[in-house]
Design a protein around this ligand. Structure first.
Ligand code: ZN
Length: 240
C-alpha cells in the first residue's frame, strides 16, 4: 500500500488539470455571443423592410388625401372659370394660373402615389419571406443557446464529480507533499509533478540517480534537481 502513494500526486494533478480545462471550456462557452451574426443581420433586414413598407403606406395614405383635396379644388376652379360669372379678365387670369398650378401639383402627386404603390407592391411579397427567414434564424439561435446551456451544465456536473474525487485524493496525501504540490502547481504552470520515465524526469528529461529512484520507491517526497518538480512514479491505484 505505502509504495504506491507517490502516484496519488500525479492523479491529483491530472484531476486539477481536467478541472481547470473544463472551467476554461465553460468560460469560453459563456463568452460566446448570445445571438448569431446571422440573426442580427436578419433582424435588421426585416426591420428595415417593415419600416420601409410602413413609411410607404403612410405616404400613400397622406398623398391620397391631398390628391382628393386637390382634385376637388381643380373641379371648383374649373367651374368658376367656365361658369360665366367672372367679370374682370384680371380675375380670370389669376384663376387660370391657380388652376394650372393645382393641375401641376396634382400630376406630381399622382406620379408620387403611383411610384410609392409600385414600390409597396414589390415589397409586399418580400416581407413575409423575410419574416419566415427571421423566425428560422431565431429558432436556430435558440437551439444553439440551449445546446450551449446543456454543454455548460454537463461540464459543471463533470467538475462536481472531479472535485469530489479530488477531495478523496487529498485524504491520501500527507501535508508536506500537499504543501509542495500547491506551491509548485502555481509556479510551474500546472505541472508541479513530473512522472518518472526510464529513470528520467518526465518534464525536463534529467537523468535521475539510483538513490533518488530508491527513495521514490520508499514513497519519499523527492524533487528533480534540474527543474525542481516533485518526482512521481505512476503506479496502479491502491486497492479500494
Ligand atoms: Zn525535471
Amino acid at each position: 500500500m505505502s509504495v504506491k502513494l507517490t502516484s496519488e500526486l500525479l492523479q491529483l494533478q491530472d484531476l486539477d488539470n481536467q478541472i481547470s480545462l473544463m472551467e476554461r471550456q465553460i468560460n469560453n462557452l459563456r463568452s460566446l455571443p448570445k445571438e448569431s451574426e446571422e440573426l442580427l443581420s436578419m433582424r435588421s433586414r426585416y426591420g428595415e423592410a417593415a419600416a420601409k413598407a410602413q413609411n410607404l403606406n403612410a405616404a400613400i395614405a397622406k398623398n391620397s388625401q391631398n390628391e382628393a383635396a386637390l382634385t376637388k379644388k381643380v373641379s371648383q376652379l374649373h367651374n368658376k372659370i367656365y361658369g360665366g360669372q367672372i367679370g374682370s379678365s384680371k380675375e380670370l387670369q389669376a384663376l387660370q394660373l391657380e388652376l394650372e398650378d393645382c393641375r401641376n401639383r396634382l400630376s406630381v402627386l399622382q406620379e408620387q402615389i403611383l411610384e410609392d404603390m409600385e414600390e409597396a407592391e414589390q415589397l409586399a411579397p418580400l416581407l413575409p419571406k423575410l419574416q419566415i427567414e427571421l423566425e428560422n434564424a431565431e429558432r436556430s439561435s435558440r437551439r444553439d443557446a440551449n445546446k450551449i446551456q446543456r454543454d455548460i451544465a454537463k461540464l459543471e456536473g463533470n467538475i462536481k464529480d472531479l472535485r469530489e474525487e479530488r477531495s478523496r485524493q487529498l485524504q491520501l496525501l500527507d501535508q508536506p507533499k500537499l504543501y509542495a504540490y500547491n506551491n509548485l502547481y502555481v509556479s510551474k504552470n500546472k505541472r508541479a509533478v513530473a512522472e518518472v520515465k526510464d529513470k528520467r524526469c518526465g518534464e525536463c528529461m534529467a537523468q535521475l540517480t539510483e538513490t533518488k529512484i530508491n527513495e521514490l520507491y520508499k514513497n519519499k517526497l523527492i524533487f528533480c534537481d534540474v527543474c525542481g518538480r516533485i518526482l512521481a512514479l505512476r503506479r496502479a491505484a491502491p486497492e479500494q
